[in-house]
Design a protein around this ligand. Sequence first.
Ligand code: 13P
Length: 250
Amino acid sequence: MIANWKMHKTSREAVDFIARIAPAAAAARCLVIIAPAFPSLAAVAAAVQGSAETSAHGLAVAGQNLHWEAEGAFTGEVSGPMLADAGCGYVIIGHSERRQYFGETDETVHRKVRAALAAKLTPIVCVGETQAQRDENETEIVLRYQFERAFWGMEEADFRSCVLAYEPVWAIGTGKVATPDIAEGTQRFLRHCARNVFGSEASESLTILYGGSVTPANVRGLLEQPDVDGALVGSASLDPTSFAAMIRAC
Ligand code: 13P
């Protein structure tokens, strides 16, 4: 269960949030990951460390983005080793907001996946179709392409260290959640893509998350689907009561 806070919360708000969801996270039989904005990473990592000791599954921290180089003259960017140093074990890559507003392409997604693995971070790779693409029956073509480009030329062992997130663009921030049937059908297709490239064992063990207008009211129906292994939550993850309810559902 991942909280993608996007551009929300100061360090202080973040630490207060962790304290409020810690009991639910400690009791959960799932991994709970918080993805704060860069300036709050260290504070969240410190807060999470205490909570993780009380739970075998516990809390972990993710960056929302990274640069594909480990260091260099890239003003305003943050690298994989820096995220790892700040306490991250995970990093979100290729979110549709990055693709839409910041020029992220399938090529940069691919380079970032490799950079994350090199920094021993687990990449959470986002793929998803737009409403227009779904209307034109292009969903599978688009997703297969995004999947194959992201993991192009990768060894199976590296692929096994990756997490996939299906985030239909039309469902993000719209209140228009995918039905459990749509999420399941599409995620089954993504697992099929993984099988084609990396074989059945790697595809069966792949974690595929769903993201897009997930709330406490709809999370259960989504998580009941066999190919929906977790949720990547935006706006409903900002409120600790709502996020704790989703952790409990998980
Ligand atoms: P919402 O939950 O606000 O639709 O955002 C989903 C998302 O983008 C998670 O990464």
